[in-house]
Design a protein around this ligand. Structure first.
Ligand code: PLP
Length: 389
């Protein structure tokens, strides 16, 4: 073949694919690697959801093409969940799009809204897929630094009027990957005002919406007055129901953006397998004890991890939500050299902060994605390297 298309040239290698490859080289050597690097939930999908899929898979209706934009019952299920959990009213037909995981929508929205050369505001550090979507659209990024000093929230007053005037889309993500920060109502109010003033569409990535600690329940961007006029929220079953392998997500909110995403999805995918849609509806409609239990599990893992960090003198702030811990690297290391050291000398995989953007330098991200015992062991192994205090 000849030269690939221009749009492929700006596309970086998928960050986590590299991380997994690196970890596997140690596993191949027969080492007992503890992988805290990737955000892949370790527990099984709750049994009632699996049973629903098993039963639904023999329904001949689902063996045919699903309806474009998906089954109405699933759109109603997510609308009802948002109503019950957040008091947000959504029209299932006009304000809901069913996605192949949140990831597809997060990439598609850039293609729906950005022309080549347009500007998109992207958090730094942030989830790398935002960059991929912007790159595929041929647009450019303007980075919004997230720093500890500002509670890992973007500071809109630091965005120049010229950049704000050029920007057409902005990504936000709370509870935040990678920092574990959670946003409150005041920040979202400020966001709606900023977006409305400069005519910027907001893409609120609420992938970790179900995971908030110490009794603090994360709020949805769509709870903010005026939110639907300026943007959409992306929600996924991957984290809240341990369904990462099922690939079910949603875009919710602004009617115009939802219709663009649905149009794009109709061309790419038609929709998800009906059995998966039925199981997803079961997840959303059934009593939510499994979500509460999952949240409690992550909080307890977090507390075990931080008790161990304390013992080895590794000082850091606890995350308020998500299942990630954002820990400063000790002096003399970059995030990458420190992550390499932990892999080689402690058989522990962590994600180097720089993989999430330049403001991620100086940190590593640890996922609470293994048992309390393994988390404790990971920190004990790191402690034996005597790098702290
Ligand atoms: N957004 C964030 C911040 C994530 O961390 C992830 C997954 O790791 C996603 C979106 C995508 O989730 P999915 O495509 O599984 O719905």
């Amino acid at each position: 073949i000849g030269e690939p298309a221009e749009r492929m040239k700006g596309l970086p290698t998928q960050f986590f694919a590299n991380l997994v490859r690196k970890a596997n080289t140690q596993v191949d050597k027969g080492r007992d690697v503890i992988n805290l690097g990737q955000g892949n939930p370790d527990q099984p999908t709750p049994a009632h959801i699996v049973a629903s899929m098993q039963e639904a898979s023999s329904n001949p209706l689902y063996h045919r093409y699903p309806p474009f934009s998906g089954f109405a019952f699933l759109k109603e299920a997510i609308a009802n969940r948002y109503q019950e959990d957040y008091g947000v009213e959504l029209d299932p037909e006009k304000e809901v799009a069913i996605l192949f995981g949140g990831k597809t929508g997060l990439i598609e929205i850039s293609q729906c809204l950005l022309n080549p050369g347009d500007t998109c505001l992207v958090p730094d550090p942030g989830y790398p897929d935002y960059w991929s979507g912007v790159a595929l659209a041929g647009a450019k990024m303007s980075l919004m630094p997230l720093t500890a000093d500002n509670a890992f929230l973007p500071d809109y007053s630091a965005i120049s009027p010229a950049v704000a005037g050029e920007a057409k889309l902005m990504f936000l993500n709370y509870p935040n990957n990678p920092t574990g920060a959670v946003a409150g109502p005041e920040f979202y109010k400020e966001t709606v005002a900023f977006a409305a003033k400069h005519d910027i569409a907001v893409a609120s990535d609420f992938a970790y919406g179900a995971l908030g600690f110490d009794g603090q329940r994360p709020i949805s961007f769509l709870q903010t007055p005026g939110a639907k006029e300026v943007g959409v929220e992306f929600y996924t079953l991957s984290k809240s129901y341990n369904m990462a392998g099922w690939r079910v997500g949603f875009a919710l909110g602004n009617e115009k953006i939802i219709s663009l995403i649905n149009l794009m999805q109709d061309h790419y995918y038609c929709s998800l397998f009906g059995g998966i849609q039925e199981a997803a509806a079961t997840a959303l409609n059934a009593p939510q004890d499994c979500v509460r239990e999952l949240n409690a599990t992550y909080q307890s893992r977090r507390d075990v991890l931080f008790a161990e960090l304390d013992k080895i003198g590794w000082q850091a702030n606890r995350p308020s939500g998500s299942f990630f811990c954002w820990l400063p690297v000790p002096g003399g290391y970059t995030s990458s050299s420190f992550a390499d050291l932990l892999l080689e000398k402690a058989d522990v995989v962590v994600a180097p902060g720089v993989g999430f953007g330049t403001h991620g330098e100086g940190y590593v991200r640890l996922g609470l994605l293994t048992s309390e015992e393994r988390l404790a062991e990971a920190v004990q192994r790191i402690g034996r390297l005597n790098l702290f205090g």
